[in-house]
Design a protein around this ligand. Sequence first.
Ligand code: KG4
Ligand code: ZN
Length: 362
Amino acid sequence: MILLALETSCDETSAAVVRDGMVLSNATSSQIQLHAEYGGVVPELAAREHLRNLIPVVQTALRDAGVQPGQLDAVAATQGPGLPMALLVGFKAAQAVAFALRKPFVGINHHEAHLYSPWISTSKVLPASCRQNNSVCQQDAGSTLGFVDFGSFQPNVSLIVSGGHTMLVLVESELKHRVLGSTVDDAAGECFDKTGKLMGLPYPAGPEIDRLAEQGNPKTFDFPRPLLNDPGDDFSFSGLKTSVRYFLRDHPGILDDAQRVRDLCASIQAAIVEVLVKKTIRAAKRNHVRCVTASGGVACNRALRRELVRACEREGFMLQLAEKSLCTDNAAMIGILAERKFVQQIPASTFDEEIKPGWVLA
Ligand code: KG4
Ligand code: ZN
């Protein structure tokens, strides 16, 4: 099966071609620069930019994969959740392609797709099935090809952590998931971005805080760890943001001292990371899984990755971190999940089915 997938839920226009568990191509156009001057994603601009970028991105994905539109067996797109107007661009375009080619279409839940991104590898080592006699695989072996390593797949607790969401999901088996908890207010990425904005850092501040924190002392300032000792699996980050605001009010001039800024970044980051890691490990233990996975833009954060590695080694968990290029929103994960749904014969959405932004899972 050769499948085209589109993802336009927020500020990334992405198209991927997937074939038999292989990601043949994954072309993404990011809108970060466009939204930077507004300090956040502007939904109307995002939708217009998707309209502009979608066709070139799809053409790139097809060309990189060496696939003609007529070779496609199915089409998929993110159905929700996301920015409604942005979602509509990719969703309706994908439906139109499916309709024109008379091929099945499936709408995919964005969060559910994130659960599978940690299992996509872009390493050049091909799985045995591909090494045998597959001309498309051989042709693509030197490029950005990826495959899904479901060989080592096991029940896991998955941390999805981005600018829009922070959630813990129990993945009991393939396509069987249960949301354990999510943020009751701001997402972790939002906390990075908003505290960074208070410090005068450019949007998105997450990567910048990550960079500055590498040379800072995380123990310099003590910020709250919201809901850390709460027995549930929900998160809350708005209180941390507020305490940074008061801290800056009470320490005028601190932003003029470059080393203090690095220490501040490291201290804020340490608070966010500690909450994410401890709650993830606790959920994994309570649910008796032996594997932890993580994805979403914030999962690019170096301290978070390091601490997850440390905690999982200490507690004896297998850790499956999404590769950095696949942490942020991408169509590869949409395509991989869509293919699993087709393989398991989960019925495709009808052409007329409208976008359901809710969490629709087995
Ligand atoms: O998944 P994503 O690209 O988009 C959505 O929000 O859905 O995530 C973007 C978020 C932003 O809040 C950004 O600041 C954060 O991920 N982020 C990071 C890092 N890279 C991206 N946060 C902390 N450290 C990073 N290295
Ligand atoms: Zn996402």
